[in-house]
Design a protein around this ligand. Structure first.
Ligand code: ADP
Length: 869
């Protein structure tokens, strides 16, 4: 085919399917392979590192092609998904024989897209990480507010949220979705969002789908949902419909998340606090790695969720803390509980596969084992005294599956296989007819064994064997040298195959027994298949209750893990206070402490005592002195406490925080190549716009991404604004000594520094926080510590002496700041003058002015405006 020639029928079919697949790669089934063509082939060949070939021509050019074997497609899919691709699977929907019957010998086999495989819609155990949720999210806008719907289809969890435009970034950052969809044309959609038809995002449609899905007349029983939430839900379900080609995965009733119920943290804060991943990208070195002592994957996923969305409701936090405290106080109980939990399979994910129609006998076995163990945990905890309220709330969810587990226990073998094609998963004694079929094939097998002995004695060939393979079924085999007697027409054996050293025969009695085995085996398989369907249907019907059990187990695991972590590290239960304080004694940074411990070094604990009268601390001191660590440890302690866990401190009294901000000056991040001074300022602007009196802000070396004068000036103004306008609790690390002078004008600001000492010419960093300004900069000593050659350090010392002399004479770079008006006063002053202008304009009767007077007045007003600062 070349030039303008019409495409071949196959290519026409391919192109039609590709048009349907849109921007997904199209896996086009041809025999035992999935083939990819055109740009899909080029991309896949590169990602998968497989050979790119070509096939035929399209419009005069060879068509690039590559392919993967259908039986091992899963591994290739996993790699493509990891690389950010989405894949449409176009399978044959009829056999070649059927096609021939339908349309003659040249007929093309019908193909259709049977499924889309995308990062957010995986259920396969092999493609999922056990300790991480896999979130698919949809976002849309309804009259100025955003609706977000998110689900993890591997467990069916679904939540809906509404947020103002300024919280959208934080809300999406919290979810960390692996796939996001948005209506096409949504202006604020994140770059990675997949555009879907806008009509999918209709609140009426969303509401109707959810009601139908959960068979309820109203959603009120699940919570109260806004139009924006329902519209996002509509978009999410429509996308799942599209991806699953009409078959929906497990979706549990939606939960409404109120934005204010969670400590707001934007993306920059999450990244800088390294909550779920370190700045290198992995779990190593992250907060969760230092905290997670969960013994189940579901617990670890719940903990990640807790740390991503700490609470702001004191009662809910206290409820979690009480459960952790209860388990903390009783190490034996905790140990027993954790031992049982450890053996529990991942109920939620097994259920997800079963409901999605991709369940295996093993998944049913996991439901049986998990649900029975849940019951054991229930009985064991129920007998305990002084149970915390949260535990009492969880206990009922752990039972109630008796009928199901009893049935599964009778129906399934002890460890059912992952494949159901070969059968063998239904237990003896469950179905008499099945047992009979098995007995028949068992008898026949024994009969075959007996036949072997008989044939040996009848023929006198001791080396005679009865064997079995997939092609021939059962057959008699003798060595070639003994084969002749059996070749005789009346031997009772019929020749089937001659091999190099052996000859194979059939025999009547053997054939009969083999048929008995085959027939009984076929019936047995069909019977097992029917049982599998019934057993699956029971789990599907009980899906909500099973999911509730899984959630309760996960919560218990989180609490027991937190208690374990606390016991291990001497952590304490935080006290939640109403007033905006942050009083931490003996606080530590869990990640840095663990890293030091691994090297056999000790972490120096530090206190932080912020209160309404002393809510902004400037922290100075040498580089490497521990400023960043101190800032972050306090932010992490707040986060851990509000997530409902113990904290790495001797004592902690924490006034609830509504928003947490963490910022690091630009140059720290330059290595990552994305933070520039511009980003630093954009992020700082967000804090100044959003931090409230209930917020907690840590600012690390803000202003250092630019020249000294600019940086100092900005740092100065930012501190003043945070102190005077935002009035939040704030720790501000800086190496600008000049900022110390702010202590004179800002009444709720105090000066602190990390201590260092020079000892025998060497710098000793004590990592200990002390009051007062840093007495001097240890820049040169740090340089020496870092191995800068002695002559260079000496030269720098000479330059420094000159500079300091100059500073002493002129008053230094901050010399002019002595008579700077206070921040608030400066802002007011400006406002007054503007008001004066406004007053004059207000009072003006324009009709009464002559053109000449109007012009003069304009000149005058302009002169006045020019005098404004
Ligand atoms: P700065 O922000 O002042 O440059 P960092 O907070 O980055 O300093 O700390 C530098 C290093 O000092 C850390 O990597 C850690 O090894 C060590 N360090 C920091 N704080 C402590 C502490 N409280 N106790 C012991 N070592 C600490």
């Amino acid at each position: 085919m070349s030039g303008s020639a019409a495409p071949t029928p196959m290519m026409a079919q391919y192109l039609a399917l590709k048009a349907e697949a849109g921007d997904c790669l199209l896996f086009y089934r041809m025999g035992d392979f999935f083939e990819l063509f055109f740009d899909d082939a080029k991309l896949a060949a590169q990602v998968l590192d497989i050979a790119l070939t070509s096939r035929g021509e399209h419009q005069g050019v060879p068509i690039p092609m590559c392919g993967v074997p259908a039986h091992s497609a899963e591994g290739y899919l996993a790699r493509l998904i990891k690389a950010g691709c989405r894949v449409a699977i176009a399978d044959q929907t009829e056999t070649p024989e059927e096609a021939k019957k339908r349309g003659g010998s040249k007929a093309l086999v019908a193909r259709d897209i049977v499924r889309f495989v995308t990062a957010g819609t995986l259920t396969e155990e092999a493609l999922l990480e056990p300790r991480r949720a896999n979130v698919l999210a949809a976002v849309c806008e309804v009259r100025g507010t955003f609706g977000i719907a998110a689900c993890d289809i591997s467990t069916g969890r679904m939540e809906l949220e509404e947020c103002a435009p300024d919280r959208l970034g934080a809300a999406l950052a919290r979810l960390g979705a692996s796939e996001l969809v948005a209506p096409e044309g949504l202006a604020d959609a994140p770059a990675e969002a997949i555009a879907r038809p806008a009509r999918d995002f209709s609140s009426d449609h969303g509401e109707a789908r959810l009601k139908a899905l959960h068979e309820v007349a109203t959603l009120d029983g699940f919570g109260s949902f806004t139009r924006a939430m329902l519209a996002a839900a509509g978009g999410l379900v429509a996308y799942l419909d599209h991806v699953g080609r009409g078959s929906l995965p497990l979706l549990l009733p939606p939960v409404a998340r109120a934005g204010e119920a969670h400590l707001a943290m934007d993306e920059a804060t999450r990244a800088s606090l390294e909550i779920l991943a370190s700045s290198q990208g992995g779990r190593r070195g992250s907060l969760i790695e230092a905290v997670d002592r969960c013994v189940t994957g579901a617990g670890a996923r719940q903990l990640a969720d807790d740390l991503s969305a700490p609470l702001t409701d004191a009662a809910a936090i206290e409820a979690r803390l009480a459960l952790v405290g209860w388990l903390h106080a009783d190490p034996l109980l905790r140990g027993d509980l954790r031992a049982v939990l450890r053996a529990i399979p991942d109920l939620g994910r097994a259920l997800g596969r079963v409901v999605a129609g991709r369940g295996s006998p093993r998944d049913l076995g996991q439901l049986r084992d998990g649900l029975s163990e849940a019951r054991r945990i229930h009985d064991f905890l129920k007998g305990r005294s002084e149970r915390p309220a949260l535990l009492d709330a969880l206990l009922p969810a752990l039972t109630g599956h008796g009928a199901l587990t009893d049935l599964y226990a009778r129906a399934l073998v002890a460890s059912p296989p992952t494949e159901r094609a070969q059968g063998g998963f239904i237990a003896e004694g469950y179905d008499a007819a099945l047992d009979e079929l098995r007995r028949i094939s068992g008898d026949a097998r024994r009969a075959i064994a007996a036949l072997e002995a008989r044939y040996r004695s009848d023929t006198g060939i001791a080396a005679l064997k009865i064997r079995h393979n997939g092609v021939l079924g059962y057959f008699v085999e003798v060595p070639a040298r003994s084969a002749d007697p059996l070749m005789a027409p009346d031997s009772g054996f019929t020749h089937r195959q001659t091999m190099a050293g052996a000859v194979r025969f059939n025999a009547l009695a053997l054939h009969e027994e083999a048929s008995r085995i085959a027939q009984a085996g076929g019936h047995a398989l069909a019977a097992e298949e029917a049982h599998f369907e019934e057993l699956t249907a029971l789990a599907v019907a009980a899906r909500h209750a099973i999911a509730a059990t899984a959630a309760a187990l996960a919560r218990l695991d989180v609490a027991a893990g937190q208690a374990e972590r606390a016991a291990e590290g001497g952590w304490s239960r935080p006290e939640i206070a109403a007033e905006p304080v942050l009083v931490i004694e003996g606080g530590r940074h869990p990640v840095v402490e663990a890293a030091l411990a691994a090297k056999g070094e000790r972490f120096v604990a530090n206190a932080c005592t912020l209160s309404p009268q002393d809510r902004l601390w400037l922290v100075g001191g040498p580089n490497m002195g521990g400023k960043s660590t101190f800032l972050r440890q306090n932010a992490l302690i707040v986060l851990l406490a509000q997530a409902g866990g113990f904290v790495p401190a001797e004592t902690a009294r924490i006034g609830l925080v509504d928003r947490l901000f963490s910022r690091v000056g630009a140059s720290d991040n330059l290595a990552r190549g994305r933070s520039t001074f511009m980003v630093e300022m954009v992020e700082t602007a967000a804090i100044l716009a959003q931090a409230s009196e209930r917020s907690f802000v840590i600012l690390d070396e803000v202003g250092r991404g630019t020249s000294t004068y600019d940086g100092l000036a900005l740092a100065w103004a930012v501190v003043e604004a945070v102190h005077g306008v935002n009035r939040c609790r704030c720790l501000f690390a800086t190496h600008y000594h000049e900022l110390s002078r702010l202590a004179e004008s800002c009444e709720a600001l105090s000066l602190h520094h990390v201590r260092a000492r020079e000892w025998q010419g060497d710098l000793v960093l004590l990592h200990e926080l002390a009051e007062g300004p840093a007495d001097r900069s240890y820049g040169l000593a740090v340089a020496k510590l870092a191995g800068v050659p002695a002559p260079v350090v000496a030269r720098a010392k000479a330059v420094l002496d000159r500079l300091e002399k100059g500073r002493a004479e002129t008053g230094g770079i901050a010399a002019g700041l002595g008579d700077l008006p206070l921040f608030a006063a400066a802002a007011e002053q400006q406002e007054e003058v503007v008001d004066h202008l406004r007053q004059r304009l207000d009072a003006l009767d324009v009709d009464a002015l002559s053109p000449r007077e109007a012009l003069d007045l304009l000149y005058e007003l302009k002169r006045e405006a020019a005098r404004l600062p």
